[in-house]
Design a protein around this ligand. Structure first.
Ligand code: ADP
Ligand code: MG
Length: 327
Protein backbone atom coordinates (compact mmCIF):
# COMPACT_ATOMS: atom_id res chain seq x y z
CA UNK A 1 0.00 0.00 0.00
CA UNK A 2 2.46 2.62 1.14
CA UNK A 3 5.47 0.90 -0.38
CA UNK A 4 6.15 -0.90 -3.59
CA UNK A 5 7.90 -4.15 -3.08
CA UNK A 6 10.12 -5.81 -5.57
CA UNK A 7 8.92 -9.26 -4.61
CA UNK A 8 6.18 -9.84 -7.11
CA UNK A 9 5.81 -13.52 -7.81
CA UNK A 10 3.69 -15.69 -5.57
CA UNK A 11 6.26 -18.41 -5.36
CA UNK A 12 9.73 -18.04 -6.83
CA UNK A 13 12.21 -20.84 -6.96
CA UNK A 14 15.76 -19.73 -7.35
CA UNK A 15 19.36 -20.50 -6.79
CA UNK A 16 20.43 -18.56 -3.79
CA UNK A 17 23.64 -18.83 -1.81
CA UNK A 18 24.19 -22.23 -3.44
CA UNK A 19 20.99 -23.50 -1.84
CA UNK A 20 17.69 -24.03 -3.61
CA UNK A 21 15.38 -21.61 -1.84
CA UNK A 22 11.76 -20.70 -2.28
CA UNK A 23 10.17 -17.36 -1.57
CA UNK A 24 6.57 -17.50 -0.51
CA UNK A 25 4.67 -14.21 -0.68
CA UNK A 26 1.29 -14.30 1.04
CA UNK A 27 -1.38 -11.67 1.70
CA UNK A 28 -3.99 -11.90 4.46
CA UNK A 29 -6.75 -9.66 5.79
CA UNK A 30 -5.66 -9.13 9.38
CA UNK A 31 -5.88 -6.19 11.79
CA UNK A 32 -8.23 -4.55 9.29
CA UNK A 33 -5.44 -4.15 6.71
CA UNK A 34 -3.59 -6.10 4.04
CA UNK A 35 -1.10 -8.13 6.04
CA UNK A 36 1.79 -9.50 3.97
CA UNK A 37 4.02 -12.33 5.08
CA UNK A 38 6.96 -13.33 2.85
CA UNK A 39 9.32 -16.07 3.91
CA UNK A 40 12.39 -17.60 2.31
CA UNK A 41 13.17 -21.26 2.95
CA UNK A 42 14.45 -24.24 1.02
CA UNK A 43 11.47 -26.39 2.09
CA UNK A 44 8.26 -24.92 0.66
CA UNK A 45 5.91 -26.99 2.77
CA UNK A 46 7.76 -25.98 5.95
CA UNK A 47 7.58 -22.36 4.83
CA UNK A 48 3.79 -22.62 4.41
CA UNK A 49 3.47 -24.17 7.88
CA UNK A 50 5.38 -21.21 9.31
CA UNK A 51 3.12 -18.74 7.49
CA UNK A 52 0.01 -20.45 8.87
CA UNK A 53 1.42 -20.40 12.40
CA UNK A 54 2.28 -16.73 11.99
CA UNK A 55 -1.29 -15.92 10.89
CA UNK A 56 -2.69 -17.65 13.98
CA UNK A 57 -0.26 -15.74 16.15
CA UNK A 58 -1.38 -12.40 14.69
CA UNK A 59 -5.01 -13.30 15.48
CA UNK A 60 -4.06 -14.35 18.99
CA UNK A 61 -2.15 -11.13 19.74
CA UNK A 62 -4.95 -9.02 18.23
CA UNK A 63 -7.49 -10.68 20.52
CA UNK A 64 -5.40 -9.58 23.52
CA UNK A 65 -4.49 -6.00 22.58
CA UNK A 66 -7.48 -4.80 20.52
CA UNK A 67 -9.49 -1.99 22.07
CA UNK A 68 -12.42 -2.82 19.74
CA UNK A 69 -12.79 -6.39 20.94
CA UNK A 70 -14.87 -6.13 24.13
CA UNK A 71 -13.38 -9.36 25.45
CA UNK A 72 -9.72 -8.28 25.11
CA UNK A 73 -7.41 -7.51 28.04
CA UNK A 74 -7.12 -3.92 26.77
CA UNK A 75 -10.92 -3.54 26.97
CA UNK A 76 -10.81 -4.92 30.51
CA UNK A 77 -8.28 -2.21 31.46
CA UNK A 78 -10.50 0.47 29.87
CA UNK A 79 -13.64 -0.79 31.63
CA UNK A 80 -11.78 -0.70 34.95
CA UNK A 81 -10.57 2.90 34.44
CA UNK A 82 -10.77 4.81 37.72
CA UNK A 83 -12.02 1.68 39.47
CA UNK A 84 -9.64 -1.22 39.74
CA UNK A 85 -6.38 -2.86 38.69
CA UNK A 86 -6.42 -5.34 35.79
CA UNK A 87 -3.98 -8.22 35.58
CA UNK A 88 -2.66 -8.67 32.03
CA UNK A 89 -0.24 -10.97 30.26
CA UNK A 90 3.43 -10.08 30.04
CA UNK A 91 3.42 -9.05 26.35
CA UNK A 92 0.64 -6.51 26.90
CA UNK A 93 2.18 -5.29 30.15
CA UNK A 94 5.52 -4.59 28.47
CA UNK A 95 3.85 -3.01 25.43
CA UNK A 96 2.09 -0.56 27.77
CA UNK A 97 5.33 0.10 29.63
CA UNK A 98 7.22 0.80 26.37
CA UNK A 99 4.34 2.99 25.13
CA UNK A 100 4.63 5.10 28.29
CA UNK A 101 8.37 5.44 27.63
CA UNK A 102 7.79 6.58 24.03
CA UNK A 103 5.29 9.13 25.33
CA UNK A 104 8.01 10.53 27.56
CA UNK A 105 10.65 10.38 24.81
CA UNK A 106 8.37 12.32 22.44
CA UNK A 107 7.22 14.81 25.10
CA UNK A 108 3.65 13.62 24.82
CA UNK A 109 3.36 13.65 21.00
CA UNK A 110 2.69 9.90 21.04
CA UNK A 111 0.22 8.89 23.73
CA UNK A 112 -1.82 5.68 23.94
CA UNK A 113 -4.34 7.42 26.25
CA UNK A 114 -5.60 9.41 23.21
CA UNK A 115 -8.84 7.30 23.23
CA UNK A 116 -11.31 9.89 24.63
CA UNK A 117 -10.19 12.44 21.99
CA UNK A 118 -10.64 9.84 19.24
CA UNK A 119 -14.31 9.70 20.29
CA UNK A 120 -14.61 13.41 19.37
CA UNK A 121 -13.04 13.20 15.89
CA UNK A 122 -14.59 10.67 13.48
CA UNK A 123 -12.85 9.69 10.28
CA UNK A 124 -15.50 7.30 8.96
CA UNK A 125 -17.43 9.99 7.04
CA UNK A 126 -19.94 10.61 9.85
CA UNK A 127 -18.41 13.93 10.98
CA UNK A 128 -19.61 17.02 9.06
CA UNK A 129 -18.61 19.77 11.50
CA UNK A 130 -15.60 19.98 13.76
CA UNK A 131 -16.27 18.85 17.33
CA UNK A 132 -17.47 21.20 20.02
CA UNK A 133 -14.58 22.78 21.92
CA UNK A 134 -16.30 21.91 25.25
CA UNK A 135 -16.33 18.26 24.26
CA UNK A 136 -12.63 18.41 23.36
CA UNK A 137 -11.80 20.21 26.64
CA UNK A 138 -13.69 17.56 28.64
CA UNK A 139 -11.87 14.76 26.81
CA UNK A 140 -8.50 16.44 27.34
CA UNK A 141 -8.95 15.93 31.09
CA UNK A 142 -8.71 12.18 30.48
CA UNK A 143 -5.46 12.27 28.46
CA UNK A 144 -2.02 11.55 29.88
CA UNK A 145 0.18 8.46 30.05
CA UNK A 146 1.36 9.50 33.51
CA UNK A 147 -2.08 8.33 34.67
CA UNK A 148 -1.38 4.78 33.52
CA UNK A 149 -0.22 3.10 36.72
CA UNK A 150 1.81 -0.09 36.48
CA UNK A 151 2.29 -2.69 39.20
CA UNK A 152 5.38 -4.48 37.87
CA UNK A 153 5.37 -7.15 40.54
CA UNK A 154 1.84 -8.35 39.85
CA UNK A 155 1.71 -7.32 36.17
CA UNK A 156 -1.37 -5.19 36.82
CA UNK A 157 -2.47 -1.97 35.11
CA UNK A 158 -4.73 0.82 36.37
CA UNK A 159 -5.94 3.89 34.48
CA UNK A 160 -6.26 6.26 37.41
CA UNK A 161 -9.08 8.46 36.02
CA UNK A 162 -12.61 7.39 35.13
CA UNK A 163 -13.28 7.69 31.38
CA UNK A 164 -9.62 7.09 30.40
CA UNK A 165 -9.15 4.78 27.44
CA UNK A 166 -5.99 3.34 25.91
CA UNK A 167 -5.56 2.11 22.35
CA UNK A 168 -2.71 0.91 20.18
CA UNK A 169 -3.74 2.40 16.80
CA UNK A 170 -0.36 4.09 16.40
CA UNK A 171 1.92 1.30 17.62
CA UNK A 172 -0.04 -1.98 17.38
CA UNK A 173 0.74 -2.84 13.76
CA UNK A 174 4.45 -2.24 14.33
CA UNK A 175 4.33 -4.23 17.57
CA UNK A 176 2.67 -7.19 15.88
CA UNK A 177 4.97 -7.02 12.81
CA UNK A 178 7.98 -7.11 15.14
CA UNK A 179 6.53 -10.00 17.19
CA UNK A 180 5.85 -12.02 14.03
CA UNK A 181 9.36 -11.36 12.71
CA UNK A 182 10.84 -12.65 16.01
CA UNK A 183 8.46 -15.63 15.94
CA UNK A 184 9.50 -16.60 12.40
CA UNK A 185 13.18 -16.13 13.21
CA UNK A 186 12.74 -18.61 16.08
CA UNK A 187 11.25 -21.03 13.53
CA UNK A 188 14.54 -20.67 11.60
CA UNK A 189 13.21 -18.49 8.85
CA UNK A 190 16.44 -16.63 8.24
CA UNK A 191 15.02 -14.09 5.83
CA UNK A 192 11.61 -12.64 5.22
CA UNK A 193 9.35 -9.64 5.27
CA UNK A 194 6.24 -8.62 7.19
CA UNK A 195 4.05 -5.83 5.85
CA UNK A 196 1.28 -4.74 8.21
CA UNK A 197 -0.83 -2.33 6.15
CA UNK A 198 2.35 -0.97 4.57
CA UNK A 199 4.40 -0.92 7.79
CA UNK A 200 7.36 -3.04 6.78
CA UNK A 201 9.95 -5.05 8.65
CA UNK A 202 12.41 -7.37 6.91
CA UNK A 203 15.35 -9.47 7.95
CA UNK A 204 18.10 -11.53 6.36
CA UNK A 205 19.05 -11.25 2.72
CA UNK A 206 16.61 -10.48 -0.05
CA UNK A 207 16.66 -13.64 -2.20
CA UNK A 208 17.25 -11.82 -5.48
CA UNK A 209 18.95 -8.58 -4.66
CA UNK A 210 20.64 -9.20 -1.32
CA UNK A 211 19.47 -5.93 0.25
CA UNK A 212 15.79 -4.90 0.13
CA UNK A 213 14.71 -2.14 -2.22
CA UNK A 214 11.90 -0.13 -0.62
CA UNK A 215 10.12 2.75 -2.32
CA UNK A 216 8.66 5.59 -0.27
CA UNK A 217 5.22 6.58 -1.57
CA UNK A 218 4.42 10.07 -2.79
CA UNK A 219 1.64 11.38 -0.51
CA UNK A 220 0.16 13.11 -3.59
CA UNK A 221 0.04 9.78 -5.47
CA UNK A 222 1.92 8.79 -8.61
CA UNK A 223 5.63 7.98 -8.83
CA UNK A 224 7.20 7.22 -5.46
CA UNK A 225 9.40 9.90 -3.92
CA UNK A 226 12.54 7.85 -3.48
CA UNK A 227 13.88 4.37 -2.88
CA UNK A 228 16.13 2.94 -0.21
CA UNK A 229 18.39 -0.12 -0.20
CA UNK A 230 18.20 -1.52 3.28
CA UNK A 231 18.79 -4.66 5.36
CA UNK A 232 17.50 -5.86 8.73
CA UNK A 233 15.29 -2.93 9.53
CA UNK A 234 11.76 -1.57 9.51
CA UNK A 235 10.27 1.18 7.36
CA UNK A 236 7.02 2.72 8.60
CA UNK A 237 5.05 5.69 7.25
CA UNK A 238 2.40 7.83 8.91
CA UNK A 239 0.57 10.32 6.76
CA UNK A 240 -2.52 12.40 6.26
CA UNK A 241 -3.22 11.05 2.78
CA UNK A 242 -5.06 7.80 3.52
CA UNK A 243 -7.25 8.50 6.53
CA UNK A 244 -8.57 12.06 6.85
CA UNK A 245 -11.72 14.15 6.68
CA UNK A 246 -12.28 17.45 4.84
CA UNK A 247 -14.59 20.02 6.46
CA UNK A 248 -15.03 23.51 4.94
CA UNK A 249 -12.06 22.82 2.66
CA UNK A 250 -9.77 22.05 5.60
CA UNK A 251 -8.15 18.63 5.72
CA UNK A 252 -8.03 17.00 9.17
CA UNK A 253 -5.71 14.02 9.66
CA UNK A 254 -6.48 11.01 11.87
CA UNK A 255 -3.32 11.71 13.86
CA UNK A 256 -4.22 13.88 16.82
CA UNK A 257 -1.91 16.08 18.85
CA UNK A 258 -2.53 14.81 22.40
CA UNK A 259 -1.37 18.16 23.76
CA UNK A 260 -4.11 20.16 21.99
CA UNK A 261 -6.83 17.60 21.21
CA UNK A 262 -6.78 18.70 17.54
CA UNK A 263 -5.51 16.88 14.45
CA UNK A 264 -1.83 17.40 13.75
CA UNK A 265 -1.18 19.59 10.71
CA UNK A 266 1.94 20.75 8.90
CA UNK A 267 3.19 17.54 7.31
CA UNK A 268 2.00 15.18 4.58
CA UNK A 269 4.00 12.14 5.59
CA UNK A 270 6.70 10.85 7.88
CA UNK A 271 8.69 7.71 7.13
CA UNK A 272 10.83 6.23 9.89
CA UNK A 273 13.64 3.75 9.29
CA UNK A 274 14.47 1.92 12.51
CA UNK A 275 15.59 -1.65 13.32
CA UNK A 276 12.52 -2.17 15.50
CA UNK A 277 9.11 -1.98 13.76
CA UNK A 278 7.22 -1.13 16.95
CA UNK A 279 9.39 1.89 17.70
CA UNK A 280 9.30 2.89 14.01
CA UNK A 281 5.48 2.89 14.11
CA UNK A 282 5.28 4.95 17.30
CA UNK A 283 7.93 7.44 16.12
CA UNK A 284 6.26 7.93 12.71
CA UNK A 285 3.11 9.06 14.52
CA UNK A 286 5.06 11.17 17.03
CA UNK A 287 7.15 12.97 14.39
CA UNK A 288 3.96 13.69 12.42
CA UNK A 289 2.66 15.44 15.55
CA UNK A 290 5.94 17.18 16.43
CA UNK A 291 6.37 18.71 12.96
CA UNK A 292 9.48 19.02 10.81
CA UNK A 293 11.87 20.93 13.02
CA UNK A 294 11.26 19.23 16.40
CA UNK A 295 10.71 15.92 14.63
CA UNK A 296 14.06 15.94 12.82
CA UNK A 297 15.76 17.12 16.00
CA UNK A 298 14.31 14.15 17.90
CA UNK A 299 15.32 11.63 15.21
CA UNK A 300 18.86 13.05 14.96
CA UNK A 301 19.22 12.56 18.71
CA UNK A 302 18.45 8.83 18.41
CA UNK A 303 21.23 6.63 17.06
CA UNK A 304 20.40 4.17 14.27
CA UNK A 305 17.03 5.80 13.50
CA UNK A 306 16.34 7.91 10.41
CA UNK A 307 13.39 9.87 9.01
CA UNK A 308 12.13 11.13 5.66
CA UNK A 309 9.56 13.90 6.04
CA UNK A 310 7.39 15.46 3.35
CA UNK A 311 5.89 18.79 4.36
CA UNK A 312 2.86 20.66 3.05
CA UNK A 313 5.00 22.39 0.38
CA UNK A 314 6.16 18.96 -0.83
CA UNK A 315 9.71 19.65 0.36
CA UNK A 316 11.54 16.52 1.44
CA UNK A 317 13.54 16.68 4.65
CA UNK A 318 15.78 13.90 5.90
CA UNK A 319 17.59 13.17 9.13
CA UNK A 320 21.39 13.33 9.10
CA UNK A 321 22.22 9.66 8.43
CA UNK A 322 20.22 8.81 5.33
CA UNK A 323 20.67 9.38 1.61
CA UNK A 324 17.64 8.18 -0.37
CA UNK A 325 17.82 7.56 -4.14
CA UNK A 326 15.38 10.12 -5.53
CA UNK A 327 13.30 9.21 -8.57
P1 ADP B 1 -1.71 4.31 10.49
O1 ADP B 1 -2.61 3.56 11.41
O2 ADP B 1 -2.41 4.94 9.33
O3 ADP B 1 -0.50 3.56 10.09
P2 ADP B 1 -0.50 5.73 12.70
O4 ADP B 1 0.45 4.64 13.03
O5 ADP B 1 0.08 7.10 12.71
O6 ADP B 1 -1.20 5.57 11.30
O7 ADP B 1 -1.67 5.63 13.77
C1 ADP B 1 -2.75 6.51 13.77
C2 ADP B 1 -3.81 5.98 14.71
O8 ADP B 1 -3.32 6.03 16.05
C3 ADP B 1 -5.07 6.82 14.71
O9 ADP B 1 -6.04 6.32 13.80
C4 ADP B 1 -5.53 6.74 16.14
O10 ADP B 1 -6.21 5.52 16.37
C5 ADP B 1 -4.24 6.67 16.93
N1 ADP B 1 -3.62 7.99 17.24
C6 ADP B 1 -3.86 9.19 16.66
N2 ADP B 1 -3.05 10.14 17.15
C7 ADP B 1 -2.26 9.53 18.07
C8 ADP B 1 -1.20 9.99 18.92
N3 ADP B 1 -0.78 11.24 18.90
N4 ADP B 1 -0.62 9.08 19.75
C9 ADP B 1 -1.03 7.80 19.78
N5 ADP B 1 -2.02 7.30 19.00
C10 ADP B 1 -2.61 8.15 18.15
MG1 MG C 1 2.31 4.83 14.07
Amino acid sequence: MKFLLFLNLLIVHLSYNNAFSAVINTRHQLLGVNFDISVVHSDTSYAWQCVNKAVNKVKMIESIISSWDQTSQTSAINKNAGLDWTRVNSELFSLINRSKNVCELTQGAFDITIGPILNCWKFDGSMTTIPDSDKIDQSMLKIGSENILLDHENQCVLLSEKGMKIGFGAIGKGFIAEEIKQFLMKLEITSGLIGAGGDLVFWGEHPLTNSWNISVANPNGGTPICSLNLKNTAVVTSGDYEKFVTIDNVKYSHIIDPRTGHPASGLKSVTIICPNAELADALATAVFVLGESKGIQLINSLSGIEAIIINLNDSILTSSGIEPNYF
